[in-house]
Ligand binder design. Structure first.
Ligand code: CO8
Length: 257
């Protein structure tokens, strides 16, 4: 499919989506949203793809929602248009999704990165929720996901002041899983995705579901959910293959069954 605002590639079992609006520092408009939804739906449907990397340019993962698109909208436009809700589809993507962040990840850009399963950042990355400086607040999950990721103190600091934090601070705060040299970002993210894609897909998707469950439920319910998924994986051939391969000191040949 031909896209206007994103570039989409598949490399072996890994999908790569690059947000591509260089003239606006990858600001996220409705077109980006629709195209991201389409690209992710295609990767979801493609049984050969086991994990996806979402990235931007060297200068910007995304500098936020497109301010010029939102500028003239009023409450009724926002409410009746259900502005933003479509972006949540990214968080609902079932396969592992890794954000590879270089440069600015601000506002909606930071929020989209946080909808991914984990963030690998270049040393040049800058994260922030500057909406307060525009007279609004984060609207795509920033007050919720950032607070869960870094705790109240730092979330309040970032959201109330609108300041940016660099990659080192973001890693210390627990927002970012890994920080790498700028030239290594895409290779590192693709290698992580390839490693995941080589595993048994049922177990990978259940691991993702189970970790995400931790944000939705009590510890007791979460542990029960995890245990039932764990039990259920013993109905797969890949469990037999994985454990047999270990005992036979060979690499497993997973079939996603
Ligand atoms: N929206 C629209 N255009 C943008 C945006 C943006 N968020 N960010 C940058 N641009 C444009 C600039 O207007 C400029 O365009 P032009 O050349 O036509 O004037 C071009 O990109 C380059 O930007 P700058 O010249 O400003 O580049 P600098 O390197 O000087 O500065 C900054 C980089 C610091 C990132 C600066 O561009 C900036 O502050 N950008 C805005 C950051 C921001 O406030 N983001 C939050 C937006 S609100 C939001 O995300 C709400 C999320 C919830 C709703 C989600 C729905 C999708």
């Amino acid at each position: 499919m031909a896209y206007e605002t994103i570039l989409v590639k598949t490399k072996d079992a890994v999908g790569l989506v690059t947000i591509n609006r260089p003239q606006a520092l990858n600001a996220l408009n409705s077109k980006v949203m629709t195209e991201l939804q389409q690209a992710l739906a295609a990767f979801q449907a493609d049984a050969a793809v086991g994990a996806v990397v979402l990235t931007g340019s060297e200068k910007a993962f995304a500098a936020g929602a497109d301010i010029k698109e939102m500028q003239s909208l009023d409450f009724v436009d926002m409410f009746l248009g259900d502005f933003i809700s479509g972006w949540e589809e990214i968080a609902g993507f079932r396969k592992p999704l890794i954000a590879a962040v270089s440069g600015f990840a601000l506002g909606g850009g930071c929020e989209v990165a946080m909808m991914c399963d984990f963030i690998i950042a270049s040393e040049t990355a800058k994260f922030g929720q500057p909406e307060i400086t525009l007279g609004v607040i984060p609207g795509m999950g920033g007050t919720q996901r950032l607070t869960r990721a870094v705790g109240k103190a730092k979330a309040m600091d970032l959201i109330l002041t609108g300041r940016m934090m660099d990659a080192a601070e973001a890693e210390r705060a627990g927002l970012v899983a890994r920080v790498v040299a700028p030239g290594q970002l895409i290779d590192e993210a693709l290698a992580a995705a390839a490693r995941i894609a080589a595993l048994s897909q049922p177990s990978v998707l259940m691991a993702k579901e189970s970790v995400n469950r931790a944000f939705e439920t009590t510890l007791g319910e979460g542990l029960l959910f995890e245990r039932r998924l764990f039990h259920s994986l013993f109905a797969t051939m890949d469990q037999k293959e994985g454990m047999t391969a270990f005992a036979e000191k060979r690499k497993p040949d997973f079939r996603n069954r």
